[in-house]
Design a protein around this ligand. Sequence first.
Ligand code: ATP
Ligand code: MG
Length: 474
Amino acid sequence: MADVPVPRPKLTPQSAREATAVELHVPKAVLDLLDTLWAGGHAAYVVGGSLRDVLLARRPHDWDLTTDALPERIQELFPGSNYENKFGTVAVRRGGDEYEITPFRVDHDYADHRRPHRVEFGGAIEDDLARRDFTVNAMAWGAPAPDDVAAGSRPIRTLVDPFGGTADVDARLLRAVGEPTRRFEEDALRMIRAVRLAATLDFTIEPATLAAIRGSASLAAHLSGERIAIELERLLTAERPSVGLRLMHETGLLAVVAPDLAEQPGVPQNKIAGEDLWDHTLRAVDAAASDRPAVRLAALLHDIGKPQALTEDGHFFDHDRVGAEMAAAFLSRLHVPRSVVDRVHDLVEQHMFSYEANWSDAAVRRFMNRVGISALDELFELREADNAGSGIPRQAGLTELRRRVAEQLEAGVALSLRQLAVNGDDLIRELRLTPGPHVGRILDDLLDAVIADSALNDRPTLLLMAQSMLEDAS
Ligand code: ATP
Ligand code: MG
């Protein structure tokens, strides 16, 4: 959603008398929330990344509001809203979307380079902006608390920009608010956010901020896997994640966060002249579609095993299997959901699959069964990305295999036990078997036979085959 362009707003004064009033085009739901807070006697602003995105004519993927009302008061103004966390954020649902309203806040006591240990509500809007990470994220648009809300009075909304955020939006620069090294020492995640925002927004990191990241990169070791994973996931949605991944490497963040990937630069790869394994990985990530997060993640990790698997004669022995384990270990450290870890593991493990034009339909079905139906599409996408990363043009063989797989799927052929025309209960009942593991073994053999010849998949045939399997075994 973030990359759908919306018209660039005009920052023109409304009238000479209200010289600083600024009109921005924000959704009606957001204006209504601001109006409710203001009519309740409170300051109310759109703030942070959502305002930055409005100024960039990007559609924000979430809306953050801030106010001088305390959480209890916000809840009072929005019945049914949810008080979320110790940072005071209240979530309000409107028309299926969620809006986050957070009281003005000052953060204190950053003891472990992660989160503040004490937050204090209150202060002025400028204090709230000062705790934020980058100048472009440290602006607010809205109105201060009304002196008194007369019937029919309207708030005059202005842009509050104490750190030069609009100028940095125009120059497309990420600049830390305040002294960058101190800000990264407070919370090391800001360094990874800088890289992620540079990639997703197509911004440059301002030199002093970049130098501070280089100097403080080792502090990223204090971060929790979950917080790193959120930023990595967002980085991988960029049009060209390579921009951020190169920054990760050049700043030293990659060596801290993903040491195995940091081994890739300099490892030779005889694919594109003058390029190494890291260049290949980055090309593959960029080539995967941005709306395929699992494929992008798998592309990033598909050759993670290569440096370790490099033999003396320059081959990569078993790098797919080694890499699958390493990828799973890396994602587990980031506490990525188990389902994603497994999916990426399998994609990395299978990414070296081969295909010959002389495969029979049964061979195509065996391949489908081996990969698993739900993983096929992503595996093909990964191979396309891997090829693109090696400078290999679209391969006719791969296109043909995709077509043949689609044909088999269309024909509804059986590839799993669930699709067999008999199940364990049928065997037990019809052949008077006692339940046990031998029933499963017969079913597996029947499935093998059906994958080889789909015409066998009807009940009487399979029961007959099971019967003769039993006789052969006895
Ligand atoms: P996105 O467009 O991806 O949502 P964002 O900048 O809005 O990017 P969020 O994680 O939604 O990122 O954070 C909202 C705002 O909160 C930021 O714009 C910034 O002002 C502030 N913020 C978030 N994380 C930090 C942090 N670690 N340190 C300081 N301020 C932060
Ligand atoms: Mg946001």
